[in-house]
Design a protein around this ligand. Structure first.
Ligand SMILES: [Fe+2]
Length: 299
């Protein structure tokens, strides 16, 4: 590996080999400079309210709180989700479409994470963990290893409904949450979590992050001779869906683990490298052999 894992800031998790300790209780919401909501006092107040609520529920292990969404939050959901639904119908993989129907995620109402979590728990024994924002990477993976998937419960700023500089509820609910209904997906994810939370080696964490990035987050998958969208980062972006499948500025290669774990990526840009996995069981087998090769004692 040619880069230290503690130099990477990841989409949804902060990669810092030394940031293994929970932030103290005095931690407050901080929007990064240039965030579309940074000068909107009402938006910041709402984000602070949800930050405190979800952080409390996470640290006290209470599960997702029931949230009354504001008219503005619902307006944003109603603007973005129909555009995504239309693209999903054409380009998303079958397991995603089936799960979204089973979870009854609609274009009109923001779902309650509590309800989704209960449904997913019944199906695959995974649960949604409400989070206030990015977590230290080890904390993030420790939740996944314990079959909890960290999800945000705030909505992006209304001035740019199709853009968010940080993972929000639209990214999580319309990207990550539906596949959690699939048992193979749940096992793949928890194995990534166990391996990444267990190994003390930064280069192995980086390899596992790349495996996850090019599958769970930005993966494509083969289905009846067609390439379909699988990764949450693609599924939750009206720009990335056509870009990943058709852009001449992106490469689409067969998923070969040794190529995947040595390929770098930039979370702040449209992606330029995509890997196409032949199936979900294939990804699981590849991950198991990688974990064995790394001698991480989690199998
Ligand atoms: Fe994500």
């Amino acid at each position: 590996m040619n880069e230290a894992p503690n130099t990477l800031v990841e989409y949804g998790t902060v990669i810092d080999a030394h940031a293994m300790v929970e932030p103290p209780d005095t931690v407050e919401l901080e929007l990064e400079p240039g965030h579309p909501g940074e000068h909107d006092a009402e938006y910041i107040a709402r984000r602070k309210e949800l930050f405190a609520l979800t952080r409390h529920h996470r640290l006290e292990n209470l599960g997702p709180p029931l949230v009354t969404y504001t008219p503005e939050e619902t307006r944003i959901w109603r603007e973005v989700s129909p555009k995504l639904h239309e693209l999903h119908d054409k380009y998303a993989c079958a397991l995603y479409l089936q799960a979204k129907r089973d979870l009854a995620i609609t274009e009109t109402e923001i779902p309650q994470l509590k309800t989704l979590s209960e449904q997913i728990d019944r199906e695959t024994n995974m649960r949604l963990v409400p989070v206030e924002g990015a977590l230290p990477y080890r904390t993030f993976y420790e939740y996944i290893a314990e079959r909890g998937f960290p999800v945000t419960q705030f909505i992006r700023h209304g001035s740019h409904p199709e853009f968010t500089p940080e993972p929000d509820m639209i990214h999580d609910c319309l990207g990550h949450v539906p596949p959690l209904m699939n048992q193979d997906y749940a096992e793949l994810l928890t194995l990534i979590g166990k391996a990444a939370a267990t190994t003390p080696h930064g280069d192995q964490v980086l390899a596992l992050k790349r495996f996850s990035w090019f599958s769970i987050e930005f993966g494509l998958i083969e289905e009846h001779g067609e390439t379909k969208v699988f990764g949450a980062g693609i599924l939750s972006s009206t720009g990335e869906i056509p870009h990943s499948l058709f852009s001449p500025h992106a490469t689409r290669r067969q998923f070969v683990t040794d190529a995947v774990i040595t390929t770098d990526y930039d979370p702040s840009q449209m992606q330029k490298d995509f890997f196409v996995a032949p199936s979900l069981p294939f990804l699981r087998r590849e991950l198991e052999s990688l974990v064995r090769r790394f001698n991480i004692p989690v199998l």
